[in-house]
Design a protein around this ligand. Structure first.
Ligand code: ADP
Ligand code: MG
Length: 726
């Protein structure tokens, strides 16, 4: 098995028994000590202790406070060691300088999990970071798991546990959403908002500085949790690359899939300075996170409110089994808006069966639109809505319904809401609603939300949520393409790389870069380096129509300086072109060392694309694909994936660019050889994964010939950097 296969098949069981036990130590304790529990009103120590008490925790709670005899009526202990009971979880709220001491004491007492709420660690600078490292070390020494430091706490709503170890102001309602947040402050706002919308949670976690337990561990835990149906995540940074993808794609799309919706904020520098490559300038942390989420099957929401909008749909509704949506409305405009977004997000308007059309024709007035979007007309009462709703739900050409109401003076708003939950449930299809307005529709919205029917203030959001559910359905039911076999000559490529490093060269131009690509099995064109006009002429005699390119380690963009001539067909042209290029370059770049002219056979016709690698700390190599030539910079029409990738991802990279029709035979053009292109992407992935010195690489262009005729590498540059990963 080669190294890439090794990485690709590393999924060592999604949950990871050890991981589960470690997270359980925090979420499922039977005894909890609150170190720093306090009587003082307004203190965090009091808030946490009171939440634990009021939450109805099923186990035993011990307040620890050096001075107090009791906290909130519960006998207090001066230290952890003074408690004559085994402690599973220690919640730590003491000032930062005392945390290490308490952690050690906990370790000695055999505590299994620490929840450090105290702030003043990594987030305050170097001294804090050092303290956090030490805290981590103590936890490792005593095999304690750790959530935090610098967090709001955790909540487990499971009925047999009821653990509210946090200082949230308002405890959540029980429900089936697991929420992971990197911002503590956001947690409290989220709970307030959720309460208003009757949204309940299974687990609620503020991860803080993530010194030990992080999103990945929590996602595994929540996936294994029978009460969590969907996971909502607020992320500022992730600290895993391919491992994250490897585990999370099983969570979202393997057996027993759990949808994950995430918001990522904060444009953290991803730690790579782009030097000369196109890939470098187009990639960036946004591209990485998009790729990470995409490959993991995580649905990325743009805002916090969207995060909720999607999560509620996943939490309460079945997934649509295909993309055919019915819209019911009593007003034209909102129906049109919903239709537009429905189409935009990859759904279609269902074509009703003749039976449905008959029912609609009989029950709706002649002015009504009996086609999709169904317009029951502004004066519609409950019966019209009901007849239409029943008919479309029953139609086997309908996979989901968007139910819109605008409050006209004759509309019976509340009664209309009342028909929805039971019919929706019976149908087994997703139903999303939008009762537009604010005051008059309030009671009806409350009713819908209390009955677990998602409601959106505007119909376009309902359409977006339906689109997200459909995308998830596609993800969980996706087919896996047979893998593409590759047989790279790895030792040969290593040799070229190591020779360059030994000679102190980190920038490899086309001639040297091509040797590496050739060793990996990329489709190369015959080429050779020549140093005289005569040699250039004989090269053209042998190879036929050729391209002449200046070979100089200082010249990165050859044609910008007049260093490329295409279509050299005769020996005379060759001699002239040789002298010409040398002359032009001597003038345009007098400092450049000229090694000669790289004579390369002219490729046949095809579409020029770019393939690239840009390597990042933590995340590893990011692969890029897009249209080549000048288009790449103007349109930025590119797709990214974190390496390594499989055949499925390679195909998605290719067909997700906007210009894909150009490769697929748009307007009578010949379709290109996307099979060979996919193979090149798999080779690129292997090259990136197996050679950590390659920091940046551009193949620009790769020429993709008509179907069956392969591709040709027509330029490349590689930047080596031994430190990029450190
Ligand atoms: P640079 O990117 O350094 O300016 P290239 O080697 O990419 O130089 O050449 C410039 C352009 O010439 C390419 O984008 C491509 O359109 C064309 N070209 C280069 N080599 C070939 C070739 N062997 N066959 C066909 N076209 C080529
Ligand atoms: Mg080029």
């Amino acid at each position: 098995m080669n190294q890439v296969d090794d990485i690709l098949s590393s999924g060592s069981g999604v949950a990871g028994d050890d991981n589960l036990a470690r997270v359980r130590a925090i979420f499922e304790p039977t005894t909890v000590a609150v170190v720093g529990a306090s009587q003082r009103h307004g203190s965090v120590g009091r808030a946490v202790f009171k939440n634990l008490l009021d939450g109805g925790f099923s186990g035993v709670i011990y307040p620890v406070n050096v001075r107090a005899h009791s906290v909130c009526g519960v006998r207090a202990y001066p230290s952890l060691s003074a408690i004559d009971d085994q402690i599973d979880l220690a919640v730590i709220i003491v000032p930062a300088p005392q945390v290490l001491q308490v952690a050690r004491e906990a370790g000695q007492k055999g505590v299994k999990g620490l929840l450090v709420i105290t702030a003043g660690f990594r987030e305050v600078g170097r001294a804090g970071l050092a303290m956090e490292e030490e805290l981590k070390a103590v936890c490792q020494e005593y095999s304690m798991s750790l959530v935090g430091p610098n967090c709001l706490g955790v909540i487990n709503m499971a009925k047999d546990i009821c653990l509210n170890a946090s200082f949230v102001r308002r405890p959540p309602l029980p429900g089936n959403i697991g929420f992971i947040s990197q911002s503590g402050a956001l947690c409290t706002a989220v709970l307030d908002y959720a309460a208003r919308k009757n949204i309940g949670f299974s687990k609620f976690i503020s991860v803080g500085n993530k010194a030990d337990i992080d999103e990945l561990a929590l996602l595994r835990y929540l996936h294994a949790d029978p009460e969590t149906k969907v996971i909502m995540m607020y992320v500022e940074d992730l600290r895993h690359g391919f491992e994250f993808i490897d585990v999370v794609r099983e969570i979202t799309g393997g057996d027993n899939p759990t949808p994950i919706v995430a918001v990522k904020s904060g444009r953290t520098a991803a730690g790579a300075a782009a030097v000369s490559s196109h890939t470098g300038s187009l990639a960036g942390s946004e591209a990485i996170y998009d790729a990470l989420f995409h490959q993991s099957g995580i649905y990325r929401a743009q805002t916090i409110s969207h995060l909720f909008d999607y999560a509620i749909a996943f939490a309460t509704q079945p997934l649509p089994k295909s993309n055919r949506v019915a819209i019911i409305t009593n007003a034209g405009g909102p129906g049109i808006i919903a239709t537009d977004i429905t189409i935009n997000v990859g759904l279609t308007l269902a074509k009703f069966s003749p039976d449905t059309t008959d029912v609609l024709r009989c029950t709706l007035p002649t002015t009504a639109n009996i086609n999709n979007p169904v317009d029951v007309i502004g004066d519609a009462g409950v019966d019209r809505y009901k007849a239409a709703f029943e008919a479309v739900l029953k139609d086997e050409n309908v996979d989901g319904v968007i139910f819109i109401l605008t409050p006209q003076s004759m509309t019976d708003i509340y009664a209309t809401a009342q028909i929805i939950p039971a019919l929706a449930k019976k149908s087994g299809k997703p139903v999303l609603t939008s009762f537009m307005g604010e005051l008059d529709v309030r009671d009806a919205i409350d009713f819908l939300e209390a009955n677990h029917i998602p409601h959106y203030h505007f119909p376009e959001m309902a359409a977006r949520a339906m689109g997200a559910m459909y995308r998830h359905f596609k993800w969980i039911s996706r087919q896996h393409l047979p893998e593409i076999e590759i047989t790279p000559n790895r030792p040969r490529a290593r040799q070229v790389i190591e020779e360059a490093i030994a000679a102190g060269r980190t920038y490899l131009g086309e001639a040297e870069g091509n040797k590496i690509l050739e060793a990996y099995g990329f489709p190369m064109l015959p080429a050779r380096l020549v140093t005289s006009a005569e040699a250039a002429a004989s090269a053209v005699r042998e190879m036929g129509r050729s391209v002449f390119k200046i070979a100089s380690p200082q010249i990165v963009h050859k044609s910008d300086l007049g260093g490329v001539r295409v279509g050299i067909a005769t020996e005379d042209e060759a001699r002239a072109a040789y002298d010409d290029i040398i002359g032009v370059i001597s003038e345009n770049a007098p400092q450049a060392t000229i090694e000669g002219i790289y004579v390369q056979q002219m490729a046949g016709k095809g579409v020029e694309v770019i393939l690239g690698i840009n390597r990042y700390k933590v995340f590893g190599p990011l692969l890029m694909f897009g249209l080549g030539g000048i288009f790449v910079e103007i349109f930025k029409d590119v797709s990214f994936r974190v390496a390594p990738i499989r055949h499925n991802a390679a195909r998605r990279m290719i067909n997700s660019i906007k210009a894909f029709p150009m490769l697929n035979g748009a307007r009578g053009a010949e379709p290109c050889d996307t099979n060979e292109l996919a193979r090149c992407l798999i080779l690129l992935s292997a090259l990136a994964t197996e050679n950590p010195e390659i920091a940046e690489l551009d193949i620009n262009p790769l020429i993709v010939h008509p179907n069956g005729m392969g591709c040709s590498v027509a330029d490349c540059r590689i930047l080596l950097d031994l430190d990029r990963m450190k």
